[in-house]
Design a protein around this ligand. Structure first.
Ligand code: NAD
Length: 290
């Protein structure tokens, strides 16, 4: 397939490289001066998108996605797929999908889970929204870049699944960290706390697979001085998207709201920026009740 790939950063770069390695003809564009193995670089998004069977975007946010879509959609061939893998707000995903559909294109919003390691290893999970035809066109590429793709529903459903999942993740991480901090202050050994909770009704992915306490449970960023992993500022981005979506859908999400406020405080006013999102544990350790 002839593929245009726009946004070749930490995630997009290795994803594009994997498509090229699998034998696809990949033309890429990024505002920054980057070079990716096997990918032919174009000098604009329009040049990368022109004549492509599928255009993939992997960009920082919805505003940039909308600007790029405005430029490239008129240049794309009718029947081509426009697959956005960025994490963006549901409203932007739906607006771009409407614009692409009106131009005779097949739009898919397909945010990913799995981080930089998943992008490099081709083991991402894709959560996709769009028509059955659009999903079918993108699916063979998801197979190369990832290990699983779930067709979640119509346009915007992929972004909706992503932010709901990550709202649970943010809330659960905070709950796990504050419980460890309380356990410490009650004199409970961290290993014992893990042994009980990981096999009791308080278990969760954050406790069992990504334990925020160093030296306890499986290897996690806590064992590497809280180097990300999944950075706190990216958690904050996704939590903010969840609250933006909750506002526009009139959904009551009090826990998501508190989690957003806590990560905002951690990233903007404390020392959370650049740390893994599990560094909430040392943060709680430093604080008392007042
Ligand atoms: P990044 O900042 O490394 O990459 C974004 C790239 O887009 C940059 O190289 C930038 O130069 C380029 N860009 C910006 N504006 C552009 C434009 N107008 N035209 C062309 N290129 C442009 O970010 P990333 O970590 O690769 O993340 C990309 C997306 O994936 C984000 O939406 C992020 O939320 C999501 N995501 C990231 C992770 C992660 O662990 N990094 C995990 C899941 C999802």
């Amino acid at each position: 397939m002839k593929i245009g790939f726009i946004g070749l950063g930490n995630m997009g770069g290795p994803m594009a490289a994997n498509l090229a390695k699998a034998g696809h003809n990949v033309t890429g564009f990024d505002m920054a001066d980057v070079s990716i193995e096997g990918v032919t670089m174009a000098d604009s998004g329009v040049a990368a998108a022109t004549g492509a069977d599928v255009v993939i975007t992997m960009l920082p946010n919805g505003q940039i996605l909308r600007a790029v879509a405005d430029e490239i959609i008129p240049a794309m061939t009718a029947g081509a797929a426009l697959v956005d893998c960025s994490t963006v707000d549901v409203d932007s995903a739906r607006a771009v999908a409407d614009q692409a559909t009106a131009a005779g294109l097949l739009p898919v919003d397909a945010p990913v889970s799995g981080g930089i390691g998943g992008a490099a290893g081709g083991t991402l999970t894709f959560m996709a929204g769009g028509s059955a035809d659009a999903f079918a066109k993108a699916d063979p590429l998801f197979d190369i870049m990832g290990q699983k793709a779930v067709h979640c529903g119509d346009a915007g459903a992929g972004q909706a699944a992503k932010i709901c999942n990550n709202m649970i993740l943010g809330v659960t991480m905070i709950a796990t960290c504050e419980a460890f901090s309380l356990a410490d202050k009650l004199g409970l050994d961290r290993q014992k706390m893990f042994d009980v909770v990981s096999t009791s009704s308080g278990y969760s992915w954050t406790m069992n697979a990504y334990c925020p306490a160093p030296g306890v449970g499986p290897q996690s960023p806590a064992d590497n001085d809280y180097q990300p992993g999944f950075a706190s500022e990216l958690m904050l981005k996704d939590l903010r998207l969840s609250q933006q979506a909750a506002d526009s859908a009139d959904a009551d999400t009090p826990m998501g709201q508190v989690a957003t406020a806590l990560y905002e405080q951690f990233v903007e006013n404390e020392d959370g920026l650049g740390t893994d999102f599990s560094a909430m544990l040392p943060r709680f350790e430093k604080l008392g009740r007042g």
